[in-house]
Design a protein around this ligand. Structure first.
Ligand code: FAD
Ligand code: NAG
Ligand code: NAG
Ligand code: NAG
Ligand code: NAG
Ligand code: NAG
Ligand code: NAG
Ligand code: NAG
Ligand code: NAG
Length: 619
């Protein structure tokens, strides 16, 4: 049942011993990882039992489990190794927030080896800004570029999912084994954290700990950002006490230092590539076609039989004996379905694409959570101020290299969840209150995130950044085609703030941010007056205007190939991930989430991938 107890594990096939591609990971030769090059395909026609399109977060998890069953699996991934293509920026947690890949602005710096360079349509609800929406193009996919927070959603959210798709497999109780199976948990290392005012309790019972657990490492960072300790107090002062169990037990209420996908041993990023792929390629018949773009799913009648692909100009066909599994992410999975004839009939016909299955929901139902912040100066250091302090870099590097501690070992952070308190709710319209009342009773409406930037002499060493994310967006966006080719980017419209309820929630959450900053608890650490947006912004209209100009995505877009029961009503896949109206085709990734979950999704996406792999294998 567990990967590492698989009989194949540890026995390198003889061919794998012959040639190795040595990949230098991070900073030291001792961290070098030897990858058997015979697990990487030479371009050319090939046949596999299963073809997985997209070697990302979900894709590598599904592919690895299928391969561990003895099946042959071909993975089609447009990118290569992020350790090579992006080095420390992707590997070292402390650098995660400085990676230019995160830039959400129209004039983003292109990183074509790592990112799909997607730019959204102008967001009419957000001052017509075009948003750069980062999406990992590398083995590991977006798990290789995300900001590493890893936790689970609420019991009520999973129950809602189960109810919507008519399958009890998605309840908390039934998903728990997949959360456990996908991860290895390491408790906090208090000696390395070395911050007595930042201790906490947590719930180990919902994890597997030790050496025989799942592929993705989940741990608490080996360093505490001092500014976080003050944000924790400020949030407590407005009613968000510190949780005694953390955010992995199905309850999101109050605050906590978050668990993250960091291997605590050397404080490097744990991704689906380091977790799943590296195990699979040593002991299974998984074959990765890297730098290879899937262009079209091939059908015989309504049965998916293969994928047409292209590696650096070499076009060829991969044939699937059993199934094609699409894990290309929220933007590219619906695009690939549509160019292959699966999607809204009229839209496909207008581009001359023959329709194989008329599914109106493909590309629709895009959920996207936005966030924005209030900033003030802080006297205390933060991760950002530490990393900006040139004089300290040798010390921090030594801490990181000698025992995986110090600011480079951590990506943050302290986060907190709440349903808006009664005083805030009273200001909401009846319509918004009614919409919110339909959500599960344990659904947190707002998430708060403690962040930082380096400060200045006049505003303190740290520019403290306290953000709020709207976790119950009622606006919907879509992904549509401009052409019948995968070589053209899809059109992305997140629909930000198109539903007035989201604007009301944003204004209410903004006021909570100011309350937290204004609490006496954080006063001893504060310097000066509010930096952003500043005291001139007071009326609801001013606040909303600030949010329209400043809000960005929290990168959790999902829902564009929604799981459900009724294709005519917009469902694209059933509870097993099977695409309606065709055979031999599934989608497994963030696009199948029927709605955006509260909090950060990667833990759920790994669990989903494990669950669907189980379903494919008939377990
Ligand atoms: C900047 C950022 C920060 C984030 N921070 C967090 C966080 O802190 N915590 C958290 O839980 N979540 C976070 N997320 C969200 C989370 O990481 C994603 O939701 C999740 O990784 C998506 O997984 P996926 O399997 O759906 O897609 P991906 O992991 O993106 O995988 C899709 C893969 O398919 C490949 N692909 C696409 N099209 C093709 C094609 N035509 N041919 C071949 N290959 C193709 C891509 O290259 C990619 O490897 C963040 C996301 C971003 C962008
Ligand atoms: C990053 O990479 C370089 C080598 O390319 C190395 O010298 C350095 O120590 C690395 N680590 C960090 C944390 O910057
Ligand atoms: C590869 O497969 C395609 C489609 O099945 C076929 O047309 C082509 O001739 C094959 N190429 C080679 C080199 O076998
Ligand atoms: C907690 O301790 C750290 C030093 O270890 C300090 O920088 C920080 O200001 C303290 N936080 C609070 C809230 O006292
Ligand atoms: C927070 O904790 C304090 C002290 O333990 C308690 O009095 C208060 O009721 C708690 N608040 C909430 C919202 O749970
Ligand atoms: C980690 O290494 C640093 C630098 O060498 C050292 O100062 C610190 O005491 C070490 N911490 C632990 C917990 O070993
Ligand atoms: C909201 O609904 C209540 C009754 O449920 C009503 O009394 C009140 O006038 C409504 N408020 C608005 C602003 O419509
Ligand atoms: C996509 O969303 C935009 C903005 O809401 C809307 O104008 C457009 O009609 C939508 N397209 C489709 C095909 O649904
Ligand atoms: C800040 O706190 C003071 C006193 O504690 C209060 O009078 C004021 O209204 C608060 N302002 C905000 C924006 O919460």
């Amino acid at each position: 049942m567990d990967w590492r107890s698989n009989p194949l594990n540890g026995t390198l096939r003889t061919t794998h011993r012959l040639t190795f591609l040595t990949i230098l990971v991070g900073q030291s030769a001792t961290a070098a990882v030897r990858i058997p090059s015979s697990a990487f395909a030479v371009p050319g026609n090939a046949t596999y039992d299963y073809i997985v399109v997209g070697g990302g977060t979900a894709g590598l998890a599904v592919a690895t489990r299928l391969a561990a069953s003895g099946a042959s699996v071909g993975v089609v991934e447009a990118g290569g190794f992020y350790e090579v293509d992006n080095g420390n920026l992707s590997v070292v947690p402390g650098y995660a927030f400085s990676d230019p890949i995160l830039a959400p602005v129209e004039m983003f710096p292109p990183m074509p080896l790592m990112d799909w360079s997607l730019l959204s349509q102008p967001q009419t609800g957000a001052n017509n800004r075009k948003i750069h929406y980062a999406a990992g193009k590398t083995l590991g996919g977006t798990s290789a570029i995300n900001t590493l927070a890893c936790h689970r959603a609420t019991k009520g959210a999973y129950q809602r999912w189960a109810d919507l798709v008519g399958n009890s497999g998605y309840t908390w109780d039934n998903l728990l084994k997949y959360f456990v199976r996908s991860t290895t948990f390491t408790p906090p290392n208090w000696a390395k954290r070395n911050t007595p005012n930042a201790t906490f309790s947590y719930d180990k019972s919902v994890f597997c700990t030790g050496s025989n657990c799942g592929p993705v490492q989940v741990s608490y960072a080996n360093w505490v950002d001092p500014s976080n300790t003050w944000f924790a107090l400020a949030l407590q002062a407005i009613g968000l006490n510190m949780s005694s169990i953390g955010f992995n037990s199905g309850i999101l209420s109050g605050g906590a230092y978050t668990t993250g996908t960091i291997d605590p041993e050397d404080a490097t990023r744990s991704s689906s590539e380091t977790g799943y792929l590296r195990l699979a390629i040593q002991s299974t018949q998984l074959m990765a076609h890297t730098r290879t773009q899937a262009l079209k799913i091939l059908f015989t009648g309504t049965k998916a039989t293969g994928v047409s692909v292209n590696t650096a100009g070499v076009a060829y066909t991969l044939t699937a004996n059993k199934e094609v599994i699409v894990s290309a992410g929220t933007f590219h999975s619906p695009q690939l379905l549509m160019v292959s004839g699966v999607g809204p009939k009229a839209a496909l016909q207008s581009l001359g694409i023959p329709v194989i299955s008329d599914l109106p929901g493909v590309g629709q139902n895009l959920h996207d959570q936005i966030f924005f912040s209030v900033q003030s100066g802080l006297k205390v250091p933060s991760r950002a101020s530490a990393l900006a302090d040139a004089a300290q870099q040798p010390t921090y590097l030594q801490q990181y290299l000698s025992n995986a501690s110090g600011p480079l070992s951590s990506s943050g952070g302290y986060i907190a969840f709440e349903k808006l308190p009664a005083t805030s709710r009273a200001a909401l319209s009846n319509r918004t209150q009614t919409l919110l009342s339909a959500l599960p009773s344990d659904w947190p409406e707002i998430e708060y995130l403690a962040g930082s930037f380096a400060g200045s002499a006049s505003t303190g060493v740290t520019t403290g950044d306290l953000s709020a994310a709207i976790l119950s967006p009622f606006s919907r966006g879509n992904v549509t085609l401009t052409s019948a080719s995968m070589t053209d980017a899809p059109l992305i419209n997140m629909g930000w703030l198109s539903d007035p309820a989201d604007a009301e929630m944003a204004v209410a959450a903004f006021k909570r941010l100011r309350q937290a900053w204004n609490s006496s608890a954080i006063a001893p650490a504060k310097v000066g007056t509010e930096i952003t947006p500043g005291s001139a912004v007071q009326s609801d209209a001013d606040i909303l205007n600030y949010i329209k100009g400043a809000a960005i995505q929290i990168w959790h877009a999902c829902g564009t190939c929604a799981m459900g029961t009724n294709a005519a009503a917009g469902a694209v896949v059933d509870y097993r991930g099977k695409v309606f109206g065709v055979d031999g085709l599934r989608v497994v990734d963030a696009s199948v989430l029927p709605f955006a979950l509260p909090g950060h999704p990667q833990a759920t996406i790994y669990a989903l991938a494990e669950k669907i792999a189980d379903a494919i294998l008939g377990n």
